[in-house]
Design a protein around this ligand. Sequence first.
Ligand code: PLP
Length: 221
Amino acid sequence: MNIAERLKEIQTKLPDNIKLIAISKTKTKEDILEAYNTGHIDFGENRVAELQDKYNSLSKNIHWHFIGHLQSKKVKTIAPFVSLIHAVDSFKLLEIINKEAKKNNRTIDCLLQFHIARETSKYGLSLPQANDFLNSEEFINLKNVRIVGVMGMATFTNDEKIVRAEFKSLKKIFTTLKENYFEDKSYFREISMGMSNDFLIAIEEGSTMVRIGSKIFGRRN
Ligand SMILES: *Cc1c(COP(=O)(O)O)cnc(C)c1O
């Protein structure tokens, strides 16, 4: 199967209300075009320079998702065009995104990344850390960012029980935040969880956005 066929096959497995982000990191512009030509417009990247390069040379209709750990000093590069930043893991980063969004006269949608996996190497907030700033005056004053939900990555393991429990914990964090801070905010509704190997479990556990790379584009080097 080629990229277009694999993409379509995954689409048929996804319920209508679940958004597929095609993760094109390390893949060529030709690969992205093949997916884009099927009508797919949501793509995700995890390196700023690579994203900028692809943004410059591909269709401006594409919605670009930034899914990696974002360094503060690089926010300004993607602020003019990024569609959704999936992995906000500190309040400091959120403040910088707000500043750069303001310079560009726009509001940038963001997800808060939570650390749900067993690996300590994965980034992400804890619920107490998020509570600390969501309660603050400083947060309420950020007018150019909008928190539209949460994101998380499960442990890299074949043990389905572990993965499922971690996705459940992210869903629970989402529900807690919704009740405490975003009850009346209809835009707070996204749970970005699920990758090539675990997206079906993620969907069962309440995902609204899956980030799928290798299952569409083939293995990365
Ligand atoms: C690479 C990556 C993905 C996609 O991974 P696959 O296993 O290739 O589907 C999803 N989310 C994040 C944060 C990634 O870095």
